[in-house]
Structures are given as structure tokens and as C-alpha cells.
Design a protein. Structure first.
Length: 241
């Protein structure tokens, strides 16, 4: 079976610095795959390569068997890969509903269709009651969910989530975990960057670990959690903090 996403020996250099180095892994349809590693490990840089913000210096990215390396972000989004960002930046002067409507126009053929789709997604992400509020006034937890809602409005087959749980309180964490599982159950494949280890271990089918731009481990949450290289990478970060 062809993997939905395939990363083949991807490297990304900035000047002489290798932010990502010879990273390879696959994501199969219907999986939640966690991408973890200490700060500066290259996780967000790899996301930026996957969705077209950066071209890989070496290697290739394939989506549904098609090479997408070098395509623009909007082209990759239209192919079916959507993403959220570590620093959420909604359209602040627009309402929650209008933020999602704007994303729905990627595929919607009319305003009526875009609004209908946006309302369905706001129900799905528990944001419908906030639909008429300006996005700049939302607390962090709701802004994070709005970011996910905007991505879902593009009708992706695959969702790249960049630290969607960072800064959330326990109640918000539980709600967000439920939403991520609902997204997977709806048929959308997820690749997620997350520092919150309890979350990533509880929702991931498999986990890929980066350190200093290189893949150091891959496997089930249990396998990764017991891997000496992973333990050393995280203990090393804690010891130097």
C-alpha cells in the first residue's frame, strides 16, 4: 500500500547549518503520527518543508505517491494537506465564523456553501457559540481550536498540527484531545508536533523522534518511551535548561 505521506532523505540547510538532515519516514492513511524532539530539533522546519514554505535542500516529499517537493503552499493545500501554526494568527478583525468561511472558499463554489461548511466545522470543534465574536478577543484555547477549524475548512486529507496543545489548561487539553480523535475518526490523517508528552503518548499510533535535525527513533509510544536515545535527548535538554 502506498503511504499517504512519504519523507525520503529530506535535508534542509540554512547557510552551513543543517536544520534537518537525511530524515525519512512514512505516514499511512488513518494514522496519528507524533513528531517529537527537544527544542531546536528541526520539527517545525520539517513541517515547513512538507507544506511548501521551504524547498528541501536534498531529498523529496511525496503525497499519495506524487512528488510535492518544490510546490507552493497553496498548491499543496489544494492537494489535501492543511496545517496549523505554533503561533496562532487568526484574522483578528474578523469574527470566528468569517475566519472559517475564508478558509472554506478554497473549495466552496458559493458563499452559501462556504458558510454552511464553516458552521458545520464550528459545531465539530465546539466553537459555534463563539461564532459572532471577533477572533482577537478569544482566549488561547479557543484561538488554537479556531486554527484547527480554519485548517479543516480546506477539506484536507492530512492535517499537520504544530503544538496545538501548548499553553492549554487541563480542561482545554482534554477537549482538544477529543477533537483530535474525532478528526482522525472522520478519516483525516494527522501528523502532530507536540511537547506535551502525556498527550502525544495517548493519541499517537506511532512516534518519530528528531534530535539536532536527525531522526533518532521511530516506533509505538511504548517503544519510543523506552528508547535510551530518546530518554538521553530529553534528559539532556532538561539538564541544560
Amino acid at each position: 500500500m502506498t503511504p499517504l505521506l512519504e519523507i525520503k532523505k529530506v535535508s534542509r540547510f540554512f547557510g552551513g547549518l543543517a536544520a534537518v538532515m537525511d530524515v525519512s519516514f512514512q505516514v499511512n492513511q488513518g494514522e496519528i503520527v507524533g513528531l517529537i524532539g527537544p527544542n531546536g530539533a528541526g520539527k517545525t522546519t520539517l513541517f515547513n518543508v512538507i507544506n511548501g514554505f521551504y524547498k528541501p535542500s536534498r531529498g523529496d516529499v511525496f503525497f499519495k505517491g506524487k512528488r510535492i517537493s518544490g510546490l507552493k503552499p497553496h498548491q499543496i493545500c489544494r492537494l489535501g494537506i492543511a496545517r496549523t501554526f505554533q503561533v496562532v494568527k487568526p484574522l483578528q478583525r474578523m469574527t470566528v465564523l468569517d475566519n472559517v468561511v475564508a478558509s472554506a472558499y478554497l473549495r466552496a463554489k458559493s458563499k452559501k456553501e462556504a458558510v454552511s461548511k464553516a458552521i458545520d466545522i464550528l459545531h465539530f470543534t465546539d466553537l459555534y457559540e463563539e461564532r459572532d465574536k471577533l477572533s482577537k478577543g478569544l482566549p488561547l484555547g479557543m484561538r488554537k481550536r479556531l486554527e484547527i477549524a480554519r485548517a479543516l475548512a480546506t477539506e484536507p486529507e492530512m492535517l499537520l498540527l504544530d503544538e496545538s496543545f501548548a499553553g492549554l489548561n487541563p480542561a482545554e487539553l482534554d477537549r482538544s484531545i477529543e477533537i483530535i480523535k474525532k478528526i482522525r475518526d472522520s478519516g483525516i490523517t494527522i501528523l502532530i508536533i507536540e511537547h506535551h508528552m502525556k498527550v502525544i503518548m495517548s493519541i499517537s499510533d506511532r512516534i518519530v523522534v528528531l534530535n539536532y535535525g536527525e531522526k533518532i527513533a521511530e516506533g509505538t509510544p511504548e517503544e519510543v518511551g523506552n528508547n535510551p536515545l530518546v530518554i538521553e535527548a530529553y534528559l539532556g535538554e532538561a539538564a541544560s535548561a
